[in-house]
Design a protein around this ligand. Structure first.
Ligand code: C2G
Length: 166
C-alpha cells in the first residue's frame, strides 16, 4: 500500500521516474538527476538493490542501504524506491502515475516498449556525462592503492638498509 502522503504529494504534479545503481555517486549521476527533475515537479528514483545488481552483473562498493540514503539526501529527489527487477517499470509507472521515464542515452531505445503503459507517458533519454563513470573511479582508486603500496615498500626497504648500516 503506497504511503498515502507520497500519493498526496504527487497529485497534480508532473512525475518523473528514473532508475540506476548510483554507486560512488558522481557528477554524471547528479547531472542526470538534475536534468530529470527539471523536466517535471516530482522525481522518483528507483535504486537497484544489491540482489538486482547481481542480475545486472554489477558489484557496488556501497550497499543498497547506503546508496539509497545518499540518493534520499539529494534535495530535488522526492521519493526513492527499490529497483528489484527489470520487469517492475510498467507497474511503477502506473503506481506512481509517471509522466516521463528518464534514462541516460546509453539506454536509448531499450525502454520504448513502455510507452504503451500509459497514454501520456514520455520516454526521454538524456546524454550521458562524458569522462566519468563508477568503473573509472574504481580503477583510479585501486591504482592509487597499488602505487601507495609500492611507495611504502620502497620506503621500508630504505629504512631497512639504513638500519643494516648502523
Ligand atoms: N549516467 C550518466 N552519465 C554518466 C554515468 C551514468 O548520465 N557518466 C546515467 C546513466 O545513463 C543512468 C544513471 O546515470 O541513467 C544511473 O547510472 P548507473 O548507476 O550506471 O545505472 P545503470 O546501471 O545504468 O542502471 O533499469 C535501469 C538500470 O537500473 C539502470
Amino acid at each position: 500500500m503506497e504511503n498515502l502522503n507520497n500519493k498526496h504529494k504527487k497529485e497534480n504534479k508532473k512525475v518523473i521516474l528514473t532508475y540506476g545503481t548510483f554507486d560512488l555517486l558522481h557528477i554524471g549521476h547528479i547531472k542526470l538527476l538534475q536534468r530529470a527533475k527539471a523536466l517535471g515537479d516530482y522525481l522518483v528514483v528507483g535504486v537497484s538493490t544489491d540482489e538486482f545488481n547481481n542480475v545486472k552483473g554489477k558489484k557496488s562498493v556501497y550497499s543498497f542501504a547506503e546508496r539509497t540514503d545518499i540518493i534520499k539526501s539529494i534535495s530535488y529527489v522526492d521519493e526513492v524506491i527499490p529497483e528489484k527487477s527489470w520487469d517492475q517499470k510498467a507497474e511503477d509507472i502506473r503506481k506512481h502515475n509517471v509522466n516521463i521515464l528518464v534514462m541516460g542515452d546509453d539506454w536509448t531505445g531499450k525502454f520504448d516498449f513502455l510507452s504503451t503503459v500509459k497514454n501520456d507517458l514520455q520516454i526521454v533519454y538524456l546524454s550521458r556525462t562524458q569522462d566519468i563513470s563508477t568503473t573509472n573511479l574504481k580503477t583510479a582508486i585501486s591504482k592509487i592503492k597499488v602505487e601507495k603500496i609500492a611507495e611504502l615498500k620502497t620506503a621500508i626497504q630504505r629504512i631497512e638498509k639504513m638500519l643494516d648500516n648502523l
